[in-house]
Design a protein around this ligand. Structure first.
Ligand code: HOZ
Length: 431
């Protein structure tokens, strides 16, 4: 049997950095990534046979935990009937109908295979619809890895301190205007200056790729009002928040109806599936109805659609989000209280089933504030918890996730481990 370290060494010979997505590489916390062999409920087991309570959940999709029997059964059944047709299947309609019924802004949706495809296509559509090029995004927000979006982005780019990717043509980057998150005044100024050239604002309605930053309601309201006033579109990137913070997603939770939205993660139940959608008059601009082109061989893949439908059916159960939120809140309040008892500058907060952990006295409300958190203290905490069997995201700039499979006892177990750590290491962050 190979160890994690051995597999990591082998992986690096033929896979850049040994991983197929940079934030998995443990670079900012050090050490070898865990190579997982199986997951069940709230727990995942690595190649060395060590079991972890999993607070990453595949970076969000696993809202029901690992290998939920109904999801696995749906996948098994769909797979037995054929993996792909490159032609329509009836289940795609059911998924589109379900998404449109649950998310307030959706009249129509197009299914794709990844969040990156969804955001890239939504932006092309916004540009095609408005006939404008300029896109507004916010510093620290991450919307996948298409060219216009890799400017001052979050997630792996922030984790590795290189927030704008090389390889993006300057001519593309100049069409992206980057503003501070949660700053309604900066948004007002930008629209006063260039409002009639702006095709769209794209925003994570809860920022989840620079750790978790809760939105200021006035900021989201300004984004909505300004886009309406200037004939631009508002795109909510709900790849992370969709069906994660509430059954009607962040747009329902905050009562703001965007023109276009993107979804991923939860809607695929762990399979590669994402979507973009919105107002009918805009969505009808997509080929074959309109001039904006978008396509994909595996779009609407029947196995992924089956996993998504099974997941969506289960999260519609009454009380599902109340229980999920209560678990995430139990974790955040418990960790914060444990840290405070031992004089550690730490806090945590959740919105629905997603949460943020910060080595700081107060939960940050901006990119600048999150950058002041103590990342070295996070790294030490991360490794201590990992050693004890609690798997958090290997970066101080990613949100965490709780699933319906996490029990009250699981959360207590994690809080108790953190308390032991805080008791032994009453680290104070520097002012
Ligand atoms: N974009 C994801 C984090 N926000 C990471 C995806 C992955 O590494 O799997």
């Amino acid at each position: 049997m190979s160890t994690n370290a051995e597999l990591f060494e082998r992986a690096q010979k033929h896979i850049p950095g040994g991983v197929n997505s940079p934030v998995r590489a443990f670079r900012s916390v050090g050490g070898a990534p865990r190579f997982f062999v199986r997951g069940q409920g709230a727990r995942a087991t690595d190649v060395e046979g060590r079991q972890y309570l999993d607070y990453v959940g595949s970076w969000g999709p696993l809202i029901l935990g690992h290998a939920h029997p109904e999801v696995i059964e749906a996948v098994r059944k769909a797979a037995a009937d054929g993996l792909s047709f490159g032609a329509p299947v009836a289940a795609e309609i059911e998924l589109a109908e379900t998404l449109c019924r649950l998310a307030p802004s959706l009249d129509m949706v197009r299914l794709v295979s990844s969040g990156t495809e969804a955001t890239m296509s939504a932006i092309r559509l916004a540009r095609g619809h408005t006939g404008r090029d300029l896109l507004v995004k916010f510093e620290g927000c991450y919307h996948g890895h298409s060219d216009s979006l890799l400017v001052k982005a979050g997630s792996g780019l922030l984790t590795f301190g290189n927030p704008s990717s090389s390889g993006v043509p300057a001519d593309t980057a100049r069409h992206t205007l980057v503003l501070p998150y949660n700053d309604a005044a900066a948004l007002e100024e930008a629209f006063a200056r260039q409002g009639d050239d702006i095709a769209a604002i794209i925003v994570e309605p809860v920022a989840g790729n620079m750790n978790l930053i809760a939105p200021d309601p006035a900021f989201l309201a300004a984004a909505r009002a300004l886009t309406v006033r200037h004939g631009a579109l508002l795109i909510f990137d709900e790849v992370m928040t969709g069906f994660r913070v509430a059954l009607d997603s962040a747009q329902g939770l905050f009562g703001i109806v965007p023109d276009l939205s993107t979804f991923g993660k939860v809607i695929g139940g762990g399979m590669p599936l994402a979507a973009f959608g919105g107002r009918r008059d805009i969505m009808e601009k997509i080929a074959p109805l309109g001039p904006v082109y978008q396509a994909g061989t595996l779009s609407g893949n029947p196995v992924a659609v089956a996993a998504g439908l099974a997941t969506l059916r289960l999260i519609e159960a009454p009380g599902f989000y109340e229980r999920l939120s209560a678990r995430a809140q139990q974790l955040c309040q418990g960790l914060t209280a444990a840290a405070r008892r031992h004089g550690v500058d730490f806090c945590a907060q959740n919105i629905g089933g997603m949460f943020g952990l910060y080595f700081a006295r107060a939960c940050p409300d901006s990119f600048a504030a999150v950058m002041r958190c103590d990342t070295a203290a996070f790294g030490r905490f991360f490794h201590a918890m990992l050693e004890d069997g609690h798997y958090f995201a290997p970066s101080a700039f990613e949100a965490g996730f709780v699933s319906a499979a996490h029990s009250e006892a699981d959360i207590k177990h994690t809080i108790a481990a953190a308390e032991r750590y805080f008791a032994g290491r009453g680290l104070k962050t520097e002012d």
